[in-house]
Design a protein around this ligand. Structure first.
Ligand code: PAF
Length: 281
C-alpha cells in the first residue's frame, strides 16, 4: 500500500483479529539482513509490516540520495519470499506533507561519529522513524545492529518521548568472508569489495589485540588504522572505541566496548561495528 488510509485500514483489520503488529522500516534495496528482521518480526508478531521509503531528510547535500538503489520489484519478491504481510511504500509527499517543519532532535547520542560526519542525518532518521511508528502503530519494531548508533538514537527517542513501541535490535548479517551486508555494497566493484573486507578484518583484529592483553584504546585504534594504510583510496572518517550505551569514547577496554568505524572505499562510504569483549580475569 502507498497511502496512510490503506495502511491504517489494513493494520486496524489485523488488530481487530487480535494480531500483534511487527514493523521493519527500510529504505529498500533489500538484502538478507533486512529479511532477517522480517523473520524476527514474524517469530514474535501476528502481522508483519515492512516499509520502504528512501528518506530525503537523512541524506546531506552531496550524499547519495538521488542514486540510492531503488529496486522495488525485487524487494517485493524478497519480502513475499519471507512471508511479509504488508508493504507500505509511500511516495515522499505522503510522508512529508507540504509545509511540514517539525523535526526530532535526539541530542548527545546522535552527536558524535555518524552525527559528526553526517550533520542532520539522525534528525532525519529520528523524524521519519517516529512518523513510521505513528503511522503503523506497531507493537514491536526491528532494526539491524549494523547501524549501531542509529539503534541507540531510536531507543533514546522512544524512551524520551514515551513512544508506545518496543525496539528490537537484531544481529548484523555478514557474507561468509565477513563483509557486513549493506544496500550500499551494490556500489562496490570487485576490487573495492575486496578492499571493503578491511572493515570487518579491523574489527576482528581489535578483538584479537584485546584478547592478547592490550587494553589502551589508542593502541587498539592505531592497530586498526594501520590495516587501512595499504588500501589505496581508503579514507577513514572515524575509528572509535566507545561505551556501548552512551557512545562516549573509552580510554581503556577493561569492560565491553563497541568498536565503530566509517571508511570510504573508492568513494563508497561504509560503516561497521562489533562489541569488543575483554577476556574475564
Ligand atoms: O536503517 C535504515 O534503513 C533507515 O535509516 C531507516 C531506519 C529505515 C530510516 O529511514
Amino acid at each position: 500500500v502507498t497511502t496512510r488510509a490503506k495502511l491504517r485500514e489494513a493494520v486496524a483489520a489485523e488488530r481487530s483479529r487480535g494480531h500483534s503488529i511487527g514493523l521493519v522500516p527500510t529504505m529498500g534495496a533489500l538484502h538478507a539482513g533486512h529479511l532477517s528482521l522480517v523473520e524476527a518480526a514474524r517469530r514474535e508478531c501476528g502481522f508483519t509490516v515492512a516499509t520502504i521509503f528512501v528518506n530525503p531528510t537523512q541524506f546531506g547535500p552531496g550524499e547519495d540520495y538521488q542514486r540510492y538503489p531503488r529496486t522495488l520489484d525485487a524487494d517485493l519478491a524478497a519480502l513475499a519470499s519471507v512471508g511479509t504481510d504488508l508493504l507500505f511504500a509511500p511516495p515522499t509527499e505522503v510522508i512529508y506533507r507540504p509545509g511540514a517543519t517539525t523535526f526530532v532532535d535526539v541530542g548527545p547520542v546522535a552527536a558524535p561519529l555518524e552525527g559528526q560526519f553526517r550533520p542532520g542525518h539522525f534528525r532525519g532518521v529520528a523524524t521519519v522513524v517516529l512518523k513510521l511508528f505513528n503511522l503503523v502503530g506497531a507493537d514491536i519494531a526491528y532494526f539491524g545492529r549494523k547501524d549501531y548508533q542509529q539503534s541507540l538514537v531510536i531507543r533514546r527517542m522512544v524512551a524520551d518521548l514515551d513512544v508506545p513501541i518496543q525496539v528490537r535490535v537484531c544481529p548484523t548479517v555478514r557474507e561468509s568472508d565477513g563483509l557486513a551486508l549493506s544496500s550500499r555494497n551494490t556500489y562496490l566493484d570487485a576490487t573495492a569489495r575486496e578492499r571493503a573486507l578491511t572493515l570487518s578484518r579491523s574489527l576482528r583484529l581489535a578483538q584479537e589485540v584485546v584478547v592478547s592483553g592490550e587494553r589502551r584504546a589508542v593502541a587498539i585504534i592505531e592497530r586498526m588504522r594501520r590495516l587501512f594504510a595499504d588500501i589505496p583510496s581508503a579514507q577513514i572518517d572515524y575509528i572509535a572505541l566507545c561505551d556501548p550505551e552512551t557512545l562516549e569514547p573509552v580510554t581503556l577496554v577493561d569492560r565491553v566496548a563497541v568498536a565503530l568505524l566509517a571508511v570510504r572505499i573508492g568513494g563508497t562510504r561504509l560503516i561497521d561495528n562489533e562489541l569488543i569483549i575483554p577476556p574475564s580475569k
